[in-house]
Ligand binder design. Structure first.
Ligand code: MN
Ligand code: MN
Length: 304
């Protein structure tokens, strides 16, 4: 018999469910953290060395790291570390050539593919930033490190900023630099290479030291530029200074993502306004040499 005085009505509570195994299908592909010094501050687009990522394919080389876009035939970005330890006396190799490390079946842009296009073979990581060994310098001439760059942009403004970066190194700094072209204003090389509408570069300046990510503070200097990829560009790169946030908004990338967000938000929102001396605005010998050789129709001494 049931004694109803002993029965109480409570909310139904489901029995503790038997734990079900976590589904193992479709794991989110998270690129492993890189030990490549050129990616110390982060991987701006989450690029990975996965051939399915045809528009964001990670290529890590000792000298620099690339996110490559197969269908644009050019890098989305190239990221590199610049410090005195990278600099020596190796002469420029002028070995403009296709990158045979691209996935099988992907078009390899040739060293001659920009000929007659009106665009320079614009280095992202400059030849003069990699002069310690022949192998290092040779790597900068891979066409995966190039974008079609308007001659005036490349040979004046861009070259002057490259020089200024090396000047900062000579003054006791090490730099983390990421650059690329954005947009598409047509194709060259029989449709294999897209012409960017904008050229951009972001630079982090740190005094020489170790444990670099941990040394970034709200006082760390960043320099960013965004300039049209055409021949109306003026030679003074300061004209094109913007915030890193501006370039992040343009490209959709997150630069310096290994730095705490609270620090990024401060240093990426401001525009560099440091005084730069007149002598620091003059291209160095290496920049002038590079310009002469980067024009596909200029005085090129092809080695191979
Ligand atoms: Mn150049
Ligand atoms: Mn960022």
């Amino acid at each position: 018999r049931i004694n109803f005085d002993n029965v109480s009505i409570t909310d139904y509570v489901a029995a503790t469910p038997t734990p079900t195994p976590t589904p193992t299908a479709t794991p989110t592909p998270t690129p492993p953290p890189s030990s490549n010094v050129n990616l110390t501050m982060g991987n701006p687009s989450g690029a990975a060395a996965n051939i399915a990522l045809t528009t964001n394919y990670l290529m890590e080389k000792p000298q620099f790291a690339i996110s490559y876009h197969r269908d644009n035939g050019r890098p989305n970005w190239v990221s590199w570390h610049l410090a005195s330890s990278w600099l020596g006396s190796t002469p420029r190799q002028d070995s403009f050539r296709n990158d045979t490390t691209l996935p099988v079946g992907w078009y390899q842009v040739l060293g001659t593919d920009y000929s007659g296009s009106g665009y320079d073979r614009g280095h992202m990581c400059p030849s003069a930033d990699r002069t310690l060994t022949v192998a290092d310098n040779d790597a900068t001439f891979l066409m995966t490190n190039m974008i079609p760059q308007a001659p005036t942009n490349n040979q004046t403004m861009w070259a002057n900023l490259e020089t200024y970066c090396r000047t900062l190194v000579s003054q006791g700094n090490e730099l983390y630099i990421i650059s690329g072209g954005f947009g598409n204003s047509g194709f060259i090389a029989n449709g294999h290479v897209a012409i960017p509408t904008t050229t951009w570069k972001v630079i982090m300046v740190l005094p020489n030291g170790t444990n670099d990510v941990s040394r970034v503070t709200t006082g760390t200097r960043l320099i960013a530029i965004s300039a049209p990829n055409n021949n109306s560009v003026v030679s003074d790169w300061r004209t094109y200074r913007v915030s890193v946030d501006n370039v992040e908004a343009l490209t959709g990338y997150d630069f310096f993502s290994n730095v705490p967000v609270s620090i990024q938000s401060v240093i990426e929102s401001t525009v560099d306004n440091q005084l730069i001396e007149d002598w620091e605005m003059v291209p160095d010998k290496a920049a002038i040499e590079e310009n002469l050789a980067s024009s596909p129709d200029g005085p090129i001494k092809e080695k191979r």
